[in-house]
Ligand binder design. Structure first.
Ligand code: ADP
Ligand code: ADP
Ligand code: MG
Length: 690
C-alpha cells in the first residue's frame, strides 16, 4: 500500500478519498486554488499545496504543476477523483512518466473509451450490444442525414467527445435534422473542442442502468452489480439507486458480463462504470421475494453477450466512464465495500479482494444529489454562502443507513468556479420502500439557507406515484412536471404562525414568561392585540394576534382567528394552529425567516415584528431599538427617500433578526450606528428628516 498520495481534486470527492486513505493509514496531500484556500478538503488532508487561481484551468487542470506538487511532497500516487483530470489520458501518462502511480486505468484504456464513437466501434467488435446507429469517422452532413434516415426517427445526435449530458440533440423528424446537427456541432466545439458526432436511435422512455466494474492488474475483472440512474434532468442524474427495481438475476448477469467484456476489451484496470440504456424492463414495486442474496454469476458460465434480450428487456452499451462515479456510494451501501479502498489496493498492485461470487448484495440504497440550483427556474445554478447548513444525523458507513458526502461546511461559499453539487445524501434500507422513506426523512432534516437548492424538489420527486412505484424512465421528471415545479407544501397560514410563534417564544425567553400557557388575559407591550406584517413572495400579509383569556388567537388577513400554541422541543418548536400540529424549525437571514417543517419549507419576510410597539416608539419621531441587540445592516443611505413601511434597518436581538420599518414617508437623515455595533433598548438608531 502507498504511504502517501496526492488527491488531485476538490470538494466532496477529495474529502471522500481522504477519509478512506486516513482509515488505511495512507497520508494525504490536498491541492487547492485561491478560492479553496479555506476549503474543507484542505482541512481533511495531512498537507496541502496551493496550485493557482480559482478558475479550473489555472489550478485543478494544471497537470504539470500537480505532478510537481506530488513530487515535492513525496507522494507516490495521484488520485484524480472525478471530473477535472480523471479521464485525461495525457495526464495519466505524464504521471507514469514522472514515476507516479495514477490511481485509475492505463492511459490506453482511457483513450479507448474517451470518444463515444470510437469506443462504440470497439464494443461492436467485442460483441457488446449497441443502440442501432452510426459511429463512423465520415462527418459529411449529407451522409449523416442519410444515416439518420436509415436508422429511423427519432434519432439522437451526440457529440463523440461529450459528457455531463452536454452535446446531445434529439431529432423528431427528418426536416429538423440539419438544424439540430449544426447546433450540436456548435455546442460540441465550444464545450469539448471537437465537433465529431455520432447518431443513434433515440430510445423512447428508456432506463439508464449502469454496471460498476473493477479490474486488477492480474487479469481479474468483476462487476459490483448495477445502479439505476434513470431519474434525470437534461440528461443529468438526479437520483440514483441500487439495485435497479425489477432487475432479474438473469439480466443482472447478462449485463454484468457484457460490462466485464467491455472492460476487458480495453485492458481495463481499476474502477469503471459501463453505462447501458435499457428498454422493456418494468420497475414495478418491490418484488415480494425481496432483494436477491449473494453473488450472481458462477465463474466461467458466460453466455455469448450478443444475446442481449432477457425476458423482453433489451440493453445497449452507451459509454464507459473510466473513473470512480459520483453515485458510487449506493454500490458501497448494498455491497458493504469501500470502492476507494479497492482503488488504492488495485493501484498498489494487490489483487481484487473478492471474486465475483463473493460480492454481496443486500437491501436497497438511494442517493440524492443536493445541488445549488433553482429547479423552478430551469435548474439555473445558484451561488452564495451556506448561512445555515444543518444535516440529518449520519449513521456510520458500516451501518450504511444515512450517509452524507460533502465538501463544504456551514459558512462556506458555493462559488461560480466549480460544480454546483453541495452534497450527496445516501440512505440504505432493507427494502426500496424503507430506503425511500428514510431519504425523504433525511431530506426534511437537511436545512440549507443562503442559496437556492433542489432539496424540496427532490422530495416532490420522491412523492410522485411513478417514483414511489418504481415506474422509472429517463422522462420521469418532464412527465411529472405538474407535481414537481412551483410546489408549496407549507402554506402562508402555517408559515406566518411559525414566525409569530418563534417571535413570541424568543420574547418569552427574554421575559421569562410563557405566552402560550397563560389564560389570564395577559398583555404584551401593554396591548391585548398585536399586528405583524409580512412579505411573502412580494405580497404583503398581515396577521393579528389576540391575547385572550382562552390563550392566543391568530388571524391571518381577513380570515377567522385560530388558537395558537407552541412548545419547544430541542431545536424545534411544536406548533398547534387550530387543529394542526406541526414541528417547525426556523432560521433568520437578513430579515427573512426560513421555516422548515416535516412537510416542506417556506420563506417569509417579517417586515415588522413589533408593529405596535414600534409605532409607540415612533410616536416622538425617533426610530429606536425595540430591544437590546446588535445592528446587522442599514438598508438605506442618508438622504434616501423612503415610503411608509419600507425596511430601514435590520437588528439582531433575542436570537433573531428584526426589521425596523419607516413609520411614515420621509427622508433618511443620519445613521447613528455602524453594522456590528451593540445597541441598548430604546437607543435611537437613525434620524429621519421631513
Ligand atoms: P454523457 O457522456 O453526457 O453521460 P451518455 O451517452 O451517457 O452521455 O448519455 C446521457 C443520457 O442521455 C443517458 O443517461 C440517457 O438518459 C440519455 N441517452 C443517451 N443515449 C440515448 C439514446 N440512444 N436514447 C435515449 N436516451 C439516451
Ligand atoms: P457520473 O459520475 O455519474 O457520470 P456526472 O456525469 O455528473 O456523474 O460527471 C461527474 C461530474 O462531477 C461532472 O459533471 C463534474 O463537473 C463534476 N465534478 C467534478 N469534480 C467535482 C468535485 N470535486 N465535486 C463535485 N463535483 C465534481
Ligand atoms: Mg453518461
Amino acid at each position: 500500500m502507498f504511504k502517501k498520495i496526492l488527491i488531485a481534486n476538490r470538494g466532496e470527492i477529495a474529502c471522500r478519498v481522504a477519509a478512506t486513505a486516513q482509515r488505511l493509514g495512507v497520508r494525504t496531500v490536498a491541492m487547492y486554488s485561491d478560492a479553496d484556500a479555506q476549503a474543507k478538503h484542505v482541512a481533511a488532508c495531512d498537507e496541502a499545496v496551493h496550485i493557482g487561481g480559482s478558475a479550473p484551468k489555472d489550478s485543478y487542470l494544471r497537470w504539470e504543476r500537480i505532478i510537481e506538487a506530488a513530487q515535492a511532497t513525496g507522494a507516490q500516487a495521484i488520485h484524480p477523483g472525478y471530473g477535472f483530470l480523471s479521464e485525461n489520458e495525457e495526464f495519466a501518462q505524464a504521471c507514469a512518466d514522472a514515476g507516479l502511480v495514477f490511481i485509475g486505468p492505463p492511459p490506453s484504456a482511457i483513450q479507448a473509451m474517451g470518444l463515444k464513437a470510437e469506443s462504440k466501434q470497439l464494443m461492436e467488435k467485442a460483441g457488446v450490444p449497441l443502440v442501432p446507429g452510426y459511429h463512423g469517422a465520415d462527418q459529411n452532413p449529407a451522409m449523416l442525414r442519410h444515416e439518420a434516415d436509415r436508422i429511423g426517427y427519432p434519432v439522437l445526435i451526440k457529440a463523440s467527445a461529450g459528457g455531463g449530458g452536454k452535446g446531445m440533440r434529439a431529432v423528431e423528424k427528418a426536416g429538423d435534422f440539419a438544424e439540430a446537427l449544426a447546433s450540436c456541432q456548435r455546442e460540441a466545439i465550444n464545450s469539448f473542442g471537437d465537433d465529431a458526432v455520432l447518431i443513434e436511435k433515440y430510445v423512447q422512455r428508456p432506463r439508464h442502468i449502469e454496471i460498476q466494474v473493477f479490474a486488477d492488474a492480474h487479469g481479474q475483472c468483476v462487476y459490483l452489480h448495477e445502479r439505476d440512474c434513470s431519474v434525470q434532468r437534461r440528461h443529468q442524474k438526479v437520483l440514483e439507486e441500487a439495485p435497479a427495481p425489477g432487475m432479474s438475476e438473469h439480466l443482472r448477469r447478462q449485463m454484468g458480463e457484457a460490462a466485464v467484456a467491455a472492460a476487458q476489451a480495453v485492458g481495463y484496470v481499476g474502477a469503471g462504470t459501463v453505462e447501458f440504456i435499457v428498454e422493456g424492463l418494468e420497475g414495478g414495486e418491490d418484488p415480494a421475494a425481496g432483494p436477491p442474496q449473494g453473488g450472481a454469476a458462477p465463474a466461467g458460465a458466460r453466455e455469448p453477450h450478443q444475446r442481449h434480450s432477457v425476458g423482453g428487456a433489451h440493453f445497449y452499451f452507451m459509454e464507459m466512464n473510466t473513473r470512480l462515479q459520483v453515485e458510487h456510494p449506493v454500490t458501497e451501501a448494498i455491497t458493504g465495500l469501500d470502492l476507494v479502498e479497492w482503488q488504492l489496493r488495485v493501484a498498489s498492485g494487490e489483487p481484487l479482494p473478492l471474486t465475483q461470487d463473493q460480492i454481496p448484495l443486500r437491501g436497497h440504497a438511494i442517493e440524492a444529489r443536493i445541488c445549488a440550483e433553482n429547479p423552478d427556474n430551469q435548474f439555473l445554478p445558484a451561488t452564495g454562502t451556506l448561512q445555515v447548513y444543518a444535516k440529518p444525523a449520519a449513521t456510520s458507513f458500516e451501518a450504511g443507513v444515512v450517509r452524507i458526502d460533502d465538501g463544504v461546511r456551514e459558512g462556506d461559499a458555493i462559488s461560480p468556479f466549480y460544480d454546483s453539487m453541495v452534497a450527496k445524501l445516501i440512505v440504505h434500507g432493507d427494502t426500496r420502500e424503507q430506503a425511500l422513506a428514510r431519504l425523504d426523512q433525511a431530506l426534511s432534516e437537511l436545512h440549507i439557507v443562503g442559496l437556492a437548492t433542489n432539496v424540496q424538489f427532490l422530495r416532490h420527486v420522491l412523492a410522485t406515484e411513478s417514483f414511489a412505484q418504481a415506474r422509472l424512465d429517463t422522462a420521469l421528471i418532464p412527465r411529472e412536471a405538474d407535481r414537481l415545479f412551483h410546489q408549496e407544501r407549507v402554506g402562508a397560514p402555517l408559515a406566518v404562525a411559525a414566525v409569530v410563534a418563534h417571535v413570541l417564544e424568543a420574547e418569552q425567553a427574554l421575559a421569562g414568561d410563557d405566552p402560550f400557557s397563560r389564560r389570564d388575559g395577559w398583555r404584551s407591550h401593554g396591548l391585548a392585540q398585536r399586528r405583524f406584517a409580512f412579505d411573502v413572495a412580494g405580497e404583503s400579509l398581515h396577521a393579528q394576534l389576540t391575547y385572550g383569556r382562552g390563550g392566543l388567537l391568530l388571524a391571518l388577513g381577513e380570515e377567522a382567528a385560530q388558537p395558537l400554541r407552541a412548545e419547544r422541543r430541542g431545536h424545534e418548536l411544536v406548533l398547534h394552529l387550530g387543529a394542526q400540529t406541526v414541528r417547525t424549525r426556523l432560521y433568520w437571514q437578513a430579515g427573512v425567516a426560513h421555516v422548515f417543517t416535516p412537510q416542506g419549507a417556506a420563506r417569509i419576510t417579517l417586515v415588522d415584528a413589533l408593529a405596535h410597539a414600534g409605532e409607540a416608539a415612533h410616536e416622538d419621531g425617533r426610530l429606536t431599538a425595540p430591544m437590546p441587540g446588535k445592528i446587522i445592516a442599514f438598508l438605506v443611505k442618508p438622504g434616501e427617500k423612503v415610503t411608509k413601511g419600507q425596511p430601514l434597518a435590520v437588528m439582531e436581538a433575542m436570537k433573531m433578526e428584526h426589521t425596523i420599518a419607516a413609520p411614515a414617508e420621509g427622508q433618511v437623515g443620519e445613521l447613528l450606528y455602524a453594522p456590528g455595533e451593540q445597541v441598548a433598548e430604546g437607543a435611537e438608531l437613525l434620524k429621519m428628516a421631513g
